[in-house]
Design a protein around this ligand. Sequence first.
Ligand SMILES: [Zn+2]
Length: 170
Amino acid sequence: MLLSPIVNMWAGYISLFIPYRGRGLESWEQEIARRVGVQAPTRVKLIIVRALPFPNLSWIRQLAIQRGMSRSGPIGLTLGHGIFIREGCYSVRLLSHECRHVYQYELAGSVRKFLDRYIAEVLAYGYQDAPLEIDARAHEIANVLNGGGMDFFGASSRQKIPESQESEDA
Ligand SMILES: [Zn+2]
């Protein structure tokens, strides 16, 4: 399959710029990152963009849509410790979801290893049912409460979430 090498090359290129863009997490955001397992929250960079970086090849886009990604494209995308969020889409829930992907990258050991697995899963199961996506959704945090506590969704309460956003993230 040609997909993995192309996506990995693309990811390597995008990753070069991540340390110089965006901002570090605020301390309360670092707490969210920590709660979903991130080992190095201070390394995370949050980059708000008008359009998410996505391999600019129509057949990759077609394939992504075929596998369950929405036509409007993802609203969040994580590459290693770099989290890209589409302008206007930032939320605690999305941040926690993407932070769980950061944790998954840390666990995988490299961007390449993570992406190989992620792509294989999306091709085999589709976007919604890819185990890495299921895991990220299961760790979403709905809200940061006033007292500093956090309101976890967790997998079992998933059906209670109002599905306002049909866009996905990767
Ligand atoms: Zn995701």
